[in-house]
Design a protein around this ligand. Sequence first.
Ligand code: ADP
Ligand code: MG
Length: 691
Amino acid sequence: MRPEILFPLFAPVTTLKGVASRTAPLLERVVGGALVRDVLFTAPANLVRRRQTTVADAQDGETQILLLVVNDHQRPGRANLPWKIRCRDDTGFINLVWFKGHGPHLEQRYPSGTALAVSGKVERTDFGLQIVHPDYMLPAARAGDIPQSEAVYPATQGLPSRSIRRFALEALERAPAMPEWQDPAWLERQRWPAWRAALETLHNPVGQQDLLPEAPARRRLAFDELLAHQLALAQRKRERRIQPAAAIEPSALADRVEGALPFRLTGAQVRALSEIRGDLKAGQRMTRLIQGDVGSGKTVVAMLAMADAAAAGLQSALMAPTEILARQHFETLQAPLAAEGVRAVLLTGRDKGAARAEKLGLLADGSAAVAVGTHALFQDDVVFSALALTVIDEQHRFGVGERSRLQAKGESTHLLAMSATPIPRTLELTVFGDLDVSRLDEKPPGRKPVATRASPMSRLPEIVRRLSQAVSGGAQAFWICPLVSESETVDLAAAEARAAALAKVFGTRVGLIHGKLTGPQKDAVMADFAENRLSVLVATTVVEVGVNVPNASIMIIEQAERFGLAQLHQLRGRVGRGAAESSCVLLYDPPLSEIATRRLDILRRTDDGFEIAEKDLELRGGGDPLGLKQSGFPAYRLADAAAHRDLIAVAADDARLILARDPGLTSPRGQAVRVLQELFDWRPAGLSEAG
Ligand code: ADP
Ligand code: MG
């Protein structure tokens, strides 16, 4: 039940004066919601200051206030010319200018001799001074009504900043004083205002400093939002912890699988596995994320957890976003598990008829303990006899619904998600606050850094020449063509043209792979590349995730400036997995923007996905760093994930403390905290929904 104190803020925007059926949709778009609260939480982006002046002293380009008398109206000679009112003060003349047929109405309303207080941006032109579409025109006696400084709101066609400001100030009037949900000692130490006072300052900034993210009022409001979010995440985590699930013990079988591997686990893998085992044997549902760079060895860890499940007579399912990946996972798992008598099946959209029926039979009667596959795994007729563990690779690539449908196939299945999207450490709590996270922050030994350089497109001939030398020495290369246009057909044509051009040099040792190929076609091309029948694989970003071809040592990325840093990092991670020295060439179309230059530079300097993500965040600031929305990254209204990131961990600690002391939120502060939660109405997206 929503507390009564919030009712005025949860009224629809149409209850604000002047918001009619025409304006409502525009306003809702600008403020990102349909409630008075959403208007209240829309912060001004800027501030205009108005100085009163005279015509003689008016500054070109500044918004100023002038006390004027209407001299005469200058009708346009032709229909599409503007209407002008010539005005004067004691020091000179200035024109007020209107486009689009306001004329006759203006003439009636402001006859010659009318004394006016006018404000707007003054411009000096060849025809003298002018103000186009003044923002205030009042009787001279009301000059004092023109605000000296005024907040500028994000606006849209048909809904100017001024209207939004009026709605925001009305929303502010409706905002009640709230019971304090923050710890008073903490507020005092930060010197932050109370909630309502902070909103007053938000909407009535007096100087530029009030608009900065570090302004006390803005930090207070940001912290409220972060706390509301962290509370929601912490509550989810607590709830999930108390759901029972099969207790799975570490097994000798998994140890034997591990012992038979041609390598030893890294320290990070050992840690992740023991964290997973700790969860699995507790008898409560696991929700754990393994975060690790490409090539950090996530699959092996998942396989050993699946072996534990199999040893307990239970089934697991590993879901991958593409067929190529599903196949690769299957190839990784199948032999080591089979050696211990654990049967795995691969199920993709390609399995049809009798072959598919046979696989479904093996899963339904439990003779296959492990299923690896794509979306095909959660179709209705796929039935497990005892599904206890769901593993999801590249979790952000799946929708919430898809994940939960797979999980629903088991009674209460443990969830292990894997992600190679490096989330900056400082944001981990924001994105994954409701999950347990294991980090694979150590690469398997022997991986050499990939020598990376940026090169303008004009150097293409030289690059091809060097590639050709490397290829004659046995090297293999990926050549990535980005998806840049809206049309896949156009992009595909670009990739085809590149493949054709390279074929002139490399003949039949060039392959092409892209999203429009059928599954078997893709597999055939991948197999040719993996088995070194192809030297150069031209690809659109289908190779983005997971694909493992250890002999490939060269990565060439065209129009690298179009990719996000995280994506470039992942692409580069496709090479440098084998014994050979590897290299990555980032081709770009000059001129590079300053940001693009710095991003490519970061990539050249470091190889650590977490560090790259952190730097990228610094460069890009707030908004949607790294395209994280799809990974469950929340869209904050008042907090800025970059500018306020120092507050995230504090909010997380605070949330934990509040819940530990008062799990039912019944104390006075608990009650206030409930109001806060309702106010922000958090429904975090992401993995959590699967639970
Ligand atoms: P990720 O999924 O994290 O990108 P993978 O699990 O696909 O990484 O592992 C990449 C490659 O590294 C695979 O060929 C795998 O067999 C190998 N590998 C995994 N762990 C180790 C290790 N500890 N030592 C050496 N090689 C490893
Ligand atoms: Mg992988």
